[in-house]
Ligand binder design. Sequence first.
Ligand code: FE
Length: 338
Amino acid sequence: MNLRNILLASTCAAIAGPAIADVNIYTTRQPELIQPVMDAFTAETGIGVNLSFVDDGIVERLRAEGTRSPADLVMTVDIANLMQIVDAGVVQPVESDVLTSAIPAELRSDDNLWFGLTTRARVVYASKERVADGEVTTYEDLADERWAGRICSRSGLNNYNLALLSAVIAHKGEDGAREWAAGLRENLARRPEGNDRAQVRAIWAGECDISLTNTYYMGQMVNDPEQQAWAESVRIIFPTFEDGGTHVNVSGVAMTTSAPNRDEALQLMEFLVSPAAQQIYAETNYEYPVLEGAALSDLVASWGEFTPDDVDLNELASHRPASVRIMEEGNFDGYSRR
Ligand code: FE
């Protein structure tokens, strides 16, 4: 084929070839946190992305829409939400060497049904004034009586705390986890209430000295004029398990069973683990990239380095029912200080 024919052939393909479809995403994440990385994808590939923000009930919506669903991908946070989608049977496996080589095995589904894109650590926020350096270094410490009346926590049945307790089970077994949860409960300064940031506000207000809070909330508080003072009253400590690292969870992506635009959706999934996309996505959300070597934002890097726990999230998910049982039987949320 001479040059003229090649040009002709490619021109014809561009005109007559199938139109490039947009990728449709259902997401529980705030659209403004996702838009920058999608804009980068569109700039690189010419493929558009439509984001539908679904606050609650993604599973119900996908089930109701069935094979007619316009959604190609679901993006959400926390292993519990990812497993809910998997268990409902509304997602399909995706075979991709790009995804499996970029994402560590402990941060994606054994069956290729979901893929972690960023991680967040569940760490200790400690009062700069009332907690000394080195005073808390392990999750086990939090159950020690020297913390009596000094810890603030949100509900024990919140996904973030259930995942942490599942990690405790992975390290210490169910009996060890029950004991740990009971010790933590004994150390609470008040009945569990509010979200992660409300615990930091309570430290700022002097109600308690430490809380369990996800890392990215520091970024959100620093950038919110009303919450800056809360952020400034604490520092982040990365506790580890005595025989492990710091507990992490993921934000992730999965492909729907119906996925009308499968090829484009796969292209987007693979783009999301590229170095450039990993940096943009992690930075906008104050999270950690899953891709080794991808750059951290300066703010996130300023919190210090840590070793993530290597408990597999697939295992973590399997301990969730036991975690719910322990929190309920121990009446974690019913605590009141005597
Ligand atoms: Fe959160």
